[in-house]
Design a protein around this ligand. Structure first.
Ligand code: TRP
Ligand code: SF4
Length: 328
């Protein structure tokens, strides 16, 4: 268990109900890592606010829901520290201190910044907070002395910046901050029910907490091979979303692909089998979610204990940081 010494830190940005794309891409990985490393995982609600600062009420509900969803996915508060970012105000202090030493040019160069500015038309995100997004993310990681950060490829520029900030701090003051490395999660190319990238903003997602009925309904809406009009027409599974999903869930992908090409299986049957496979996969999550929902006190306790454990580590780090900067 010598690996246990390595600190793993990662956050999930809140943006609506957790879906199976989030699960396969990140949370399933967290669940695996909690046994091998000393892990700090959190709901990054302040990060969500950088773009969602207008409708804060809806946002609060999403935060509760995401916390619940992630626990239901199998994260065990006994084996990792799991908390909500805004419950640990120390993130804000380190964010401020790091922002003092981060040149504006570094932030303006972050590729995700420019991309998002272009994509998010209609929302006013030319804000200080949005530009500072990666500084807050750096604080999240460095606050716990994070060495390994499980993230998808899209987050690599943020980690690069985190290392740069860390090096600058260590050079200016005292070498106390680590230079965290990405623990690259292979993000499976899971699409939504309409064949585009699974995303809440497209409304094409399958939530991890979906009930059996909801799954059936979502699967029934999935796009299939558009050329296959009649049941007797042979189809091309390679262009079909249902077929792709069969590859991620259950064991029938090869069978249905052959049946589709030979027209021996219809789309209705094919979808029925997928819905069954998905439900088999998601039922334990759904059940755990019901259990937790029925016990709000326990949920409250988990959240508080997580924050308390995180705060202890965070406060120690801040003592070091302030002392290195000679500000207390
Ligand atoms: N920016 C990350 C994302 O969008 C979420 C995040 C916030 C994060 N703080 C973090 C990830 C710290 C890793 C470490 O996915
Ligand atoms: Fe898609 Fe299945 Fe229909 Fe083939 S049979 S087009 S794989 S849903």
């Amino acid at each position: 268990m010598s690996q246990r010494q390595h600190r793993v830190v990662s956050g999930a940005r809140i943006s609506g109900r957790l879906h199976v794309g989030n699960f396969l891409g990140a949370i399933a990985n967290w669940v695996r890592l909690q046994d091998s490393y000393e892990c700090f995982f959190f709901c990054a609600d302040w990060h969500g606010l950088t773009t969602g600062y207008e409708d804060t009420e809806a946002f609060m509900q999403q935060k509760e829901e995401t916390f619940l969803d992630i626990l239901a996915c199998g994260l065990d508060p006994e084996r990792c520290v799991f908390f909500v970012q805004s419950d640990v105000k120390e993130h804000a202090e380190l964010y401020l201190l790091l922002s003092l030493i981060t040149p504006l040019g570094w932030l303006e160069r972050v590729p995700t910044y420019k991309e998002q500015l272009q994509q998010m038309t209609g929302r006013e995100i030319t804000t200080h907070g949005f530009l500072g997004y990666p500084v807050l993310q750096s604080a999240d990681v460095l606050l716990y002395g994070g060495e390994l950060v499980p993230v998808g490829e899209d987050q690599l520029p943020h980690l690069e910046l985190c290392r740069e900030i860390s090096r600058r701090f260590n050079h200016l003051y005292r070498p106390i901050l680590p230079e965290p490395q990405a623990l690259l999660t292979k993000t499976p190319n899971l699409v939504g029910i309409d064949g585009r990238k699974m995303s809440k903003s497209y409304g094409n997602e399958i939530p991890v907490g979906a009930s059996a009925d909801e799954i059936k309904q979502r699967v029934s809406m999935m796009v299939t091979d558009p050329q296959r009009v009649r049941r007797t027409d042979p189809g091309d599974p390679d262009v079909c979303t249902v077929h792709r999903f069969h590859g991620f869930f259950g064991s029938e992908q090869a069978t249905v692909a052959q049946g589709c090409r030979e027209a021996s299986i219809g789309c209705v049957e094919c979808k029925k089998r997928l819905a069954a496979a998905l439900w088999e996969y998601l039922a334990p999550i759904w059940e755990r979610k019901q259990d937790l929902r029925e016990n709000p006190q326990r949920l409250q306790d988990i959240r508080q204990e997580g924050a308390t454990k995180a705060r202890q580590v965070a406060q120690d780090m801040l003592v070091e940081v302030r002392s290195a900067m000679r500000i207390g």
